[in-house]
Design a protein around this ligand. Structure first.
Ligand code: GL2
Length: 830
């Protein structure tokens, strides 16, 4: 029936060809023979959008008819990357489109390559949100994303003489082809102003929030196609606009410039994504952004609910709100304000509704990332919200006092307000108090939340805390990124595993099948060949696909320890050139990642990686064995090219610092072997793939914690005792890697030898280098390697974001799937 269904859906090659040429003519005004690649890309995107929107309307109708509960995922970041190829795969029209494009004299890869990444996120947290949207749609769940429509996404990274240079990413200048502006659903957001204490007609305390400024939130919808293409959900991104194009009053007063200024001031809110990963700058505009997201989203959520219900009794049964980190924690105060001030729900009742609706995910334990905002700023920006925060805190602390009378330390610790000066609002405490569920993102991370981050809260509400180990969508990270591996697996175990990833287990017997191993290694080699070209085109470094590709790609951060990787490379370089120890296989070390623009140490590391690479390349004794490449401008699209080509995946954060990691999962799914510490989800990955199929090194989180508490980490003693550690560290202090910029890396010696070196580089170095050696030795044994790599693929099905989302749905949201009707499936519905 598939053929007939495709005709009905307009998914045949003919229909798609017609649709593309029609859009070329009527949306873009060009004839096919004169169309540029960009024209064809747009025409194809519009053709896809037509079909997606049709399905989105039907999906929405289905949800409405069912009266089902809806989940809203509030996130400051959605790191979508490109959409076109993903949508073609989801709708299963990739091959038809490929044929249609051939008729237009081009090919599908070239056209998909025209798309710009939607880089509306920094890293793991934003990409997780994107994977979750994909999973909710693929599981037919009514789950929707809410975020901000930034004009500028994460900056583009250029490398100049080894230094990072940032360039603006004007995402908006090439208007994303998929989005639909929904001016009809715009909302008004108040901010600033003052409180007037009044009494209502019964003489009750009735504070009024007056004199605010207004900003308009204009939604843009991006359709999110589930696999199979029948369920299409939506990501709604809000752009800030002035409440009227120009303030007529100011304008009429003849103050044209002030009117323009006010317009610019409003639009500033959604101008740019803050480029810090796991870190908060504490800037006023950032808080305004967070509030703007919360206010627009809740307005939309409440409005949707009120279409069907006249009171709020059923709100928690029909609405679930997930806070992606503390960034949208003001939702707690905003929902209270809407219920109490606008809907006249009594305070206690409103609190019960709020608490049963909202859930919070913590994504990091890094102290600098725990958001706190000055009370004075909140008092100015959101005076009414601050009153709600005071009231919430008072009620909460009253309970703490009842449970632990006289325990002042505990109260101080748990309070939403932190004593000053300056007094601050602790957003994590607000989120924990306001939510019925608090979850971590890996087993270790959740354990650390309970034991170190929030032990008092855990003691008070143990049932509130739970774990949801992260996952990744196999649609993007296998089907789109590595189609040849996907096809090879499908040939072996049959279709269906893309939506049921545990089925990859059926691959296990193939790890012993020489013919399959051979094909598997061929796919890897093909991916390495392709990456070789990408690297050459962006760096002019020429890498050899026959060498071992050892990859570390992620944000540059001290805790992720790119520096330890570099120390390992220097170790191997010195051993080779000074001690005559040749590595058993030639190796290519591939790095990529952005450093936050203000993060000096991270930017120095980028320079160090380049310089070490250059020194090795200039050294005839070394260049045939070791190579270092830094691929610039890491983003989703580059990850899709690098990950399928990796032999080794480096996941070497200091244990206890990486909440979960998700790159680790993407690499394992693509048949790379992990060198990793016992941190985040690495621990669970090692349990699933088996300790013999992963290279674990370094101290555990508890060992590190113990050493920290005892003050027993003495890196200088390690340096004195271990000659090779000494040689490696001293080489940094010399000008060996910076002959033209004398003294550039000298600081690293002091850094590494300080007792308070937070990330334990030298403590783990020897264990790390030994583990690397072992992995290189095993790499040379191709049969052994293929077997281990295949077993990694076969055993990481657990880390599908479908599994994660099912757990959220069952254990936190109480959300059920609303699958397509028979009529939708047959394509007969009009
Ligand atoms: C992060 C964590 O650092 C990372 O370990 C985790 O995998 C992701 C998703 O849960 O969240 N927290 C954070 O603030 N960023 C992350 O990537 N930016």
């Amino acid at each position: 029936m598939e053929g007939e269904l495709y005709v009905r859906l307009g998914y045949t090659m003919d229909a798609l060809y017609r649709s593309i040429t029609r859009h070329l003519a009527y949306s873009l005004g060009v004839v096919p023979t004169q169309a540029s690649k960009r024209d064809i890309y747009l025409a194809l995107s519009y053709s896809v959008r037509d079909r997606l929107l049709e399905k989105m309307l039907k999906t929405n109708q289905r949800y409405e008819d069912s009266g089902a509960k809806r989940l809203y995922y509030l996130s400051m970041e959605f790191l979508i990357g490109r959409s076109l190829a993903n949508n073609l795969r989801a709708m299963k029209i990739y091959d038809q489109v490929a044929e249609a494009l051939q008729l237009l004299g081009t090919d599908v890869e070239t056209i998909c390559d025209q798309e710009r990444d939607a880089a509306l996120g920094n890293g793991g947290l934003g990409r997780l949100a994107a994977c979750f949207l994909d999973s909710m749609a693929s599981l037919d769940m009514p789950g929707f994303g809410y975020g901000l429509h930034y004009d500028y996404g994460l900056f583009e990274q250029d490398i100049s003489n080894g230094y990072q240079r940032e360039k603006p990413d004007s995402w908006i200048s090439e208007a994303p082809a998929l989005q639909v502006e929904r001016a009809d659903a715009a909302c008004i957001v108040p901010m600033y102003g003052r409180i007037e204490e009044t009494k209502d007609k019964w003489g009750r305390h009735n504070p009024l929030w007056l004199g605010w400024n207004l900003v308009t939130g204009v939604p843009y919808d991006i359709p999110i196609a589930g696999y199979g293409g029948l369920t299409v959900n939506r990501l709604r991104l809000f752009a800030a606009r002035p409440s009227t194009e120009f303030d007529i009053k100011i304008f009429n007063e003849g103050d044209y410039l002030r009117a323009v200024e006010q317009k610019i001031e409003s639009e500033k809110i959604s101008k740019i994504l803050y480029p810090k990963d796991s870190y908060e700058a504490g800037r006023e505009l950032r808080l305004i952004q967070e509030y703007f997201l919360v206010a627009c989203s809740l307005n939309d959520i409440v409005r949707t609910y009120e279409k069907d219900y006249s009171d709020f009794n059923k709100f928690p049964e029909k609405v679930a709100i997930q806070l992606n980190d503390t960034h949208p924690a003001l939702a707690v105060a905003e929902l209270m304000r809407i219920l109490v001030d606008q809907k006249w729900v009594p305070w206690e009742r409103a609190w019960d509704i709020t608490n049963r609706t909202i859930a919070y995910t913590n994504h990091t334990l890094l102290p600098e990332a725990l958001e706190k905002w000055p009370e004075s700023l909140l008092a100015r920006l959101l005076p009414r919200h601050l009153q709600f925060i005071y009231d919430i805190n008072q009620q909460f602390l009253d309970r703490v006092v009842t449970l632990w009378p006289g325990d002042v330390d505990r109260m101080r610790n748990m309070s939403i307000m932190e004593e000053g000066p300056p007094r601050q609002v602790r957003m994590a405490n607000l989120a924990i108090v306001g939510a019925h569920s608090v979850n971590g993102v890996s087993a270790l991370h959740t354990d650390l939340i309970k034991k170190s981050l929030a032990p008092n809260f855990f003691e008070m509400w143990p049932e509130r805390f739970n774990n949801k180990t992260n996952g990744i969508t196999p649609r993007r990270w296998l089907c789109v990124a590595n189609p040849n591996l996907h096809d090879l697996i499908e040939d072996a175990i049959g279709p269906g595993f893309v939506t049921d990833l545990e089925r990859l287990r059926e691959l296990e017997p193939f790890a012993e099948d020489p013919a399959f191993c051979e094909k598997f290694m061929q796919v890897k080699h093909g991916n390495k060949e392709r990456l070789k070209d990408v690297i050459f085109n962006t760096t002019v470094v020429e890498v050899d696909p026959a060498s071992l590709f050892d990859v570390q790609v992620k944000r540059i951060h001290e805790y992720k320890r790119q520096l330890m990787n570099v120390l390992g490379i220097i170790w191997e370089y010195l051993a080779l050139t000074e001690d005559g120890v040749e590595p058993v296989s030639p190796k290519t070390f591939i790095f990529a990642g952005k450093a936050a623009p203000g993060y000096w140490a991270a930017k120095q590391l980028i320079k160090l990686i380049h310089n070490v690479g250059n020194t090795i390349e200039d050294d005839p004794r070394a260049r045939d064995f070791l190579k270092v490449a830094f691929a610039p401008n890491f983003r989703v699209t580059l990850a899709e090219q690098i990950i399928p080509a990796a032999d080794i995946s480096q996941q070497i954060s200091t244990a206890g610092f990486e909440a979960s990691g998700t790159g680790n999962m993407k690499f394992a799914l693509n048949g790379a072997l992990t060198i990793g510490t016992m941190d985040g989800a690495n621990i669970e990955i090692s349990q699933k793939v088996g300790r013999e199929n992963i290279y674990i090194c370094g101290l555990t989180a508890y060992e590190i914690e113990k050493m920290k508490r005892a003050g027993s980490y003495k890196p200088k003693a390690m340096y004195d005792k271990h000659p090779m550690i000494k040689r490696v560290v001293d080489s940094l202090a010399s000008d060996r890697f910076c002959p033209r910029e004398s003294g550039l890396f000298a600081w690293l010696k002091d850094y590494l030898l300080a007792d308070n070196e937070m990330f334990f580089h030298l403590a783990d170095l020897e264990s790390y280098v030994k583990t690397r050696e072992l992995s290189t030795q095993e790499y040379v044994d191709k049969t052994l390697w293929a077997k281990k790599a295949i077993l990694n693929v076969a055993r990481v099905g657990h880390f599908s974001s479908d599994r994660t989302i099912r757990q959220y749905a069952e254990e936190i949201w109480d959300l059920v799937a609303i699958p397509p009707t028979e009529a939708e499936k047959s394509g007969k519905l009009k």
